[in-house]
Design a binder for this molecule. Sequence first.
Ligand SMILES: Cc1ncc(COP(=O)(O)O)c(C=O)c1O
Length: 511
Amino acid sequence: MTQPSDMSPAAGGADVKEPALSPSAPSSTAGRALRAPSSAAESTFEAMSFAEAPQIKSEVPGPRSRELLEAQEALESNARSYPRSVPIAIEQGRGATMRDVDGNTFIDFFGGAGVLNVGHSNEAVLAAAEAQQRKLVHALDFPTQTKITLMRKLKRLLPGRLRDSAKFHFGGPTGSDAVEAALKLARAHTGRHTVIAFQGSYHGMTAGALSVTSDLSFARPVSAPVHFMPYPYCYRCPLGLERQSCGMACAHLLESSLTDPHSGIPKPAALIIEPIQGEGGTIVPPPGYLREVRRIATQQGVPMILDEIQTGFGRTGAMFACEHEGIAPDVITMSKGLGGIGFPLSCIAFDAALDSWEPGAHIGTFRGHQVGMAAGAAAIDFIEQHQLAEHAARLGELALSMLAEAAETMHAVGEVRGRGLMIGLELVEDQSSRQPARELAASLRRECCQRGLIIEIGGHHRNVARLLPPLVISRRMLLKGIDILIETLRELEAAKPDASGAARLRGKTGR
Ligand SMILES: Cc1ncc(COP(=O)(O)O)c(C=O)c1O
């Protein structure tokens, strides 16, 4: 079994006094070296955002936001979610910033839940979308030059052998639709029904996608034939092991579950996995883990579906996150960044050998959203021309090192982890108990919003502050946002008694 190769012996021990810096995070020295002077790219990225961000002119929510929030409450279902914790009505987005209807300008570390890799209202992408809109918007699944161009561009970007063998399928517009299509394709091909998914997973809200999502609070369909395996959440190992010495037991359990005739788990139609769990709390598996899963899936003849809906299109410092591990799945799901600046579009790319569908086997009215496809093709050009994946890798290292350095003097940060511009801070009551600090996370999101920074919360216990800024964020804007985050966290920490009951009043961040 492959062992994690580059793990710091200090990381993640049971009795850590210092916050654990995930193996994916760099040392602070490396991070400091990255604080380089600005470049041409920096001025391009600066010009894409509202330069004054953050700028808070009214209370948050301001009077106009309040009005719209109340109107929304009267008209929209109780399931509405984000405005409950980030109470603003948005008027305009630019680059890595947003302005609300009261004129408050925010740094956006949420990026439309990881959609806006090329930034809000990216001009180049907008131009392509506007041009397409005047020609053709809706085309069912007829071929158009726009669709063929997008598929050719995507194919060139795919990992490994998928680059040669892939076929595409555009389903409904959202990520969940891509997951549905992937599961259905695998079932059609194998004639098998059950699926292996992973604890901590999030794959969407439609019935099939929900069936492979592990969060029990979402009322999953009870009849779903899905078996959940432990994901390597090493900070809270589901097997109770230590990452330095576990021998990647979670991968071993997956293998034995598939090979042992007494495991009680029938051979599945597919296994579906995120290369980095997003909603589950930005959980980065140890090096080698995904390669192990790939090996096991191949040996057992189980199609591997990799859900890159959140990690794709440069987010983690590579076009697709699986490139970090040098693997290619059998099916890859894409959405979020695929539609460029937020046009809803999703698709799967899969090994043509799986294409057992009969004509019309997976149809839908909105499978040919030409504007989304034109925007997607333009976004790919933009990502490549501006080397956004490399930019995300550099800024991600910088952010991780700054956060890890700050966390050394805080008791509420259990672990800083992430890859590229997909970053999480696991908040705890104190580092020795590792008790999840759910309320602190909620307060952090609320307070950051008051100061002009939008962040998200996720994780098994809703105690992970999640950062997914547009990849076009400038270094200056990123540092500003990180400073606000650290400052706010320090103040919240200082205002709260620690585990021993003594109020710890700390100075402001020295940065
Ligand atoms: C990894 C992953 N898969 C699937 C989905 C579902 O996508 P959508 O909300 O567009 O249906 C999400 C959404 O956050 C996701 O992060």
